[in-house]
Design a protein around this ligand. Structure first.
Ligand code: WTA
Length: 667
């Protein structure tokens, strides 16, 4: 049974439905936004010339480029070689010894940043905490001692199943400090999902909370853990943090309260000097067989890219208050909520709860109260805000914002424009960042002070990152010709393998193209070299001999004034090969009827061409999503094809939505 967080369509399959012909791209987006002059003037990279120079230098001599970045960290011992590459296995900075927790926390103890806020935390009920770097250092050191006393040794796996509280960050950093491998499991996952992940990684310990808050109620996490670890022979101890004061049963010898152990622990702990390639974490993501893949990242390469990409993409300054809304249970939370910001000595905001609690303006209220300067969120959240209405946003003063970011799926140009206009008030650059759990860090993104942006594209690759769009035979596509997004050179934060399964690693990522990493995404590169992601390759459909990225049709639908959100899937069709079925969520003030259906079909025909006209449009009160916010197109495909869902729905956030989506022959 699958318990992963992405749709089955959202990952490269062993033999992906690689497209025989080329993918036709039909979207033309002409709007272009140069970075605001004031932004560029103080940016780390302030012009396209500067970016091009960096890119060219890194392309010519990648190892010197990455070594230059690596030198900015603390090494207990310097590396012998920058890269040892035996396709598809990489060793970065081999021979070096370092510790990522030391670089994220201890280094700031020697500067004024010791008393700088590291974490500004707000609970869902409005409670607030501030942890300075000094306090974070103390807490992490203590918890590292707790782990050591509990017998955790370098290389041991530790599962972490907690809500968004500062102790989650403390637990992650403490693992890194003692050389343990953290395996963070999103607190929305079921007992079965925990069992599967704990067993696959053979975790020795589980760290959890008694409960977590969500939309005004609480969820008893300890109970879920109790259920999960009945079947996990590797687990020796469970450490429980009291957050919501749920009723929990503590089992003698096995379960321990966080506060009891911390009460006894010393606050001095030397970080373990680990090898560069020492495993740092395993994070599970979807797999084609239903068994989640444990993506393995190691220490030094991940550190170098997470930190440097954070610095340049978010143009981070000491004065910033940076807010990434992702949960630490996802890769975005690992790289850009925890490691990237702390390695740069930044102040990060961490919010415990839901965006619409107690009402739809919670994000904007937080931004105003904390004077957030950088906001990094997901297109799915943006579309939800559009639907809720502008007034929730505009009633707050958002003038502190200077930069906006998105990640996770293609952002529809109309959603981009809304983000730009309503949230960014036309003065904030938007960094649309393309990357994956597997890449560890951002691969394609504007440099906000340099790159002119266009709504809907993640623009150009970061220096040192060699992405390309290729045909099935591996030859580069022409400008604007759709193809497969690949990465042609190893990069420091690349996954090293699928935990315990080298064969699957080789098959999934390295078997489709010779010597290139296959991302599983379809894309095109435009005449400026900008990358336009067209969705996963199996979201690419053939309609009457034309390959269409379903995300392009979705963007066309979302650009209609009545539409809040849309998902387009294909259904086999005798005549056309495939026909398109669109599931459409309307803005509150609109009613779905025949007339609107026709108007939407015509709108798509106008935006893209008659070829892309959906054959059927179904009104949806909501779309089926994973808990990480990705639309589960696999379920929609099943519904569109057979009008029922037989596949696995364990990761579905809200079962109610499926009921409304069944066949709606014209009423
Ligand atoms: C998609 C999230 C378009 C893509 C960091 C990728 C995107 C998958 C973008 C990885 C973007 C992520 N534009 N598509 N800016 N960012 N994707 O592993 O299909 O949860 O392969 O990592 O999300 O999702 P994952």
């Amino acid at each position: 049974m699958a318990t992963d967080e992405k749709t089955s369509s959202n990952q490269p399959t062993a033999s992906p439905a690689l497209i025989e012909e080329s993918i036709s791209s039909v979207m033309t987006e002409k709007r272009k936004f140069p970075p605001p002059v004031e932004f560029s003037n103080s940016a780390h990279v302030s012009s396209m010339e500067e970016y091009e120079k960096l890119y060219a230098a890194a392309a010519e001599d990648p190892e010197t480029y990455w070594a230059g970045l690596a030198e900015q960290f603390h090494w207990f011992k310097k590396w012998d070689s920058v890269l040892e590459w035996k396709t598809p296995y990489a060793k970065w900075f081999n021979g070096g010894k370092t510790n990522i927790c030391y670089n994220a926390v201890d280094v700031h103890m020697n500067s004024w940043r010791k008393n700088k806020a590291a974490i500004l935390w707000e609970g869902e009920e409005g409670d607030q905490r501030v942890l300075t770097y000094g306090e974070l250092h103390r807490q992490v050191s203590k918890f590292a001692n707790v782990l050591k006393i509990a017998g955790i040794k370098p290389g041991d796996r530790v599962a972490i199943y907690m809500g968004m509280v500062p102790e989650l960050v403390i637990a992650v950093l403490a693992c890194a400090r003692v050389g343990a491998v953290h395996n963070v499991i999103f607190a929305g996952f079921s007992a079965h999902a925990i069992t599967e992940r704990v067993n696959d990684s053979r975790a020795k310990m589980v760290i959890c909370c008694d409960g977590t808050r969500r939309r005004g109620s609480t969820i008893n996490l300890k109970k879920i853990v109790d259920e999960a670890i009945v079947n996990t022979p590797s687990v020796r101890n469970v450490i429980v943090l009291k957050v919501t004061s749920e009723t929990v049963s503590m089992h003698d010898g096995m379960d321990h309260w966080w506060h009891d152990l911390m009460g006894l622990a010393m606050d001095v702990s030397e970080p373990v000097e680990v090898d560069s390639e020492h495993p740092l974490f395993v994070l599970y993501t979807s797999g084609s067989t239903g068994k989640p893949k444990g993506i393995l990242h190691t220490t030094a390469g991940y550190m170098v890219h997470a930190a440097s990409s954070f610095k340049y993409v978010f143009d981070i300054k000491d004065e910033d208050i940076y807010w990434c809304t992702a949960d630490v249970g996802w890769i975005t939370g690992h790289s850009y909520m925890v490691y990237g910001p702390l390695l740069n000595g930044a102040t990060l905001l961490m919010y415990e709860g839901a965006p619409n609690y107690p009402q739809w303006d919670r994000f904007w209220d937080i931004i105003n109260r904390y004077k957030v300067t950088i906001l990094y969120t997901a297109p799915t959240a943006i579309r939800a805000f559009i639907r809720a209405g502008n007034e929730w946003v505009t009633k707050h003063d958002l003038s502190s914002l200077r930069l906006l970011g998105t990640v996770g799926e293609p952002i529809n140009p109309e959603a981009w424009m809304w983000y730009h206009r309503v949230v960014g008030q036309e003065k904030c650059p938007i960094v649309d960042t393309w990357w994956q759990t597997e890449t560890g860090g951002i691969m394609v993104s504007p440099f906000p002070g340099a790159t002119p942006t266009k709504p809907g594209t993640a623009t150009r690759p970061l220096p040192g990152i060699m992405v390309d769009v290729v045909r099935k035979d591996g030859v580069s596509c022409n400008a604007n010709e759709g193809g497969y997004l690949v990465i042609k050179k190893p990069w420091p934060s690349m996954l090293r393998t699928i935990y315990g399964d080298n064969e699957r690693y080789e098959k999934t990522y390295w078997s489709e193209f010779n010597d290139m990493y296959f991302t599983g995404d379809g894309a095109r590169k435009d005449e400026d070299g900008y990358i336009w992601i067209m969705g996963r390759v199996d979201d690419v459909v053939n309609v009457s001999g034309h390959r269409l990225g379903t995300s392009e049709v979705e963007s066309a639908l979302v650009s209609h004034e009545a539409v809040a959100e849309a998902a387009v899937v294909s259904r086999p069709d005798d005549i056309k090969g495939n026909s398109l079925v669109a599931f459409v969520t309307l803005k509150d003030e609109y009613e779905g009827d025949m007339k609107l259906r026709e108007s939407l079909r015509n709108h798509v025909a106008k935006e893209i061409g008659p070829i892309a006209k959906p054959d059927e449009i179904r009104w949806a009160k909501g779309l089926p999503k994973t808990r990480s916010g990705k639309i589960m197109r696999r379920l929609l495909r099943e519904l569109a094809t057979s009008n029922e869902v037989k596949g696995d729905v364990t990761t579905l956030e809200d079962f109610g939505v499926l009921e409304n989506l069944r066949d709606q022959e014209d009423e």
